[in-house]
Ligand binder design. Sequence first.
Ligand code: ZN
Length: 260
Amino acid sequence: MIDTHAHLYAGEFDEDRNMMLERAKTAGIKTILLPNIDLSSIDAMHQLEQESEGYCISMMGLHPCSVKQDYKEILAQMKKWLEKRPYHAIGEIGIDLYWDKSTYPIQADAFEEQLAWSYQFQLPVSIHSRESTREVLDILQSNKKTLAGGVMHCFSGTVDQMHELVELGFYIGVGGSSTYKNTNLVPVIQNAPLNRIVLETDAPYLTPVPYRGKRNESAYIPIIAERIADIRGISVDEVSKKTTENAIRLFSLETALMQS
Ligand SMILES: [Zn+2]
C-alpha cells in the first residue's frame, strides 16, 4: 500500500521518526508521498527524503493556508526548486475557506499558478480543499484544457462532485475521516470507480478510529483500506492492490519503487 499524503517531516515526529517509519514498513507501506506546506518546510522534507533513501518522496507547492500577501515571491522560489530537481507531484495546493475566507482571491490566484506548473512540468497535483469543493471544481473546470491530473486529498464532497472530479481525470484521496461516525463519505466510497481511489493518512492529522485524538502515522493506512473494503463489500486485498496500482499510475512511482 502507498500513503499518498503524509507530513512525516513535521515536528510531531522528531522524537521517534525512524521507529514510526519502521512501523509503516512493517504495516506493508511501500512508499510515502510528502506534501510541502511553505518555504520553512522544504528543508526538513528534502532531508527526510534523503535520509529515508527515497522511501519518502517530496512534492513541491504552497499550501492554501500559507498563501499571504507575499505569495508571488514564495511561488517564484518554489518554482526554482521544480526547475532544479525532479518531483513526482505539485502539492499541496488548493483552497481553504474554513480558516480564512478573506484570502480567497489570492488563494485562487496561487492555485491557478500552481495548476499551470502542473501542466508545464506534467506533474499531478495534490489538492487540499476545505469548505471549498465547489470552488476547487470551478477552478479545475475553467482550466480544463491545461490540467495534468491529480488527487483531491481528503475528499469531502458529494457523490455528484466526485463524478465531476473523476470526469476531469482526477482521483479521490480517502483517509481517516472516512472512519468517523458523522462521515458523509459512505456513498462517495460506494460509488467511486475503484481505479480512482488512493489511500492517504494526512499524518499527523486526521487520525482514523480507533486512534482518533492521537497522532496519526502511515502505519494506520491498513485501517483505511479495511474501511473501504467494508463499505464496498470487497476484500481488503483487492482494495490494497487496486489503490496501490492507482497511486503508482497517478504519481509515476514505478522506478521509485524499484529503487527503494
Ligand atoms: Zn496535508
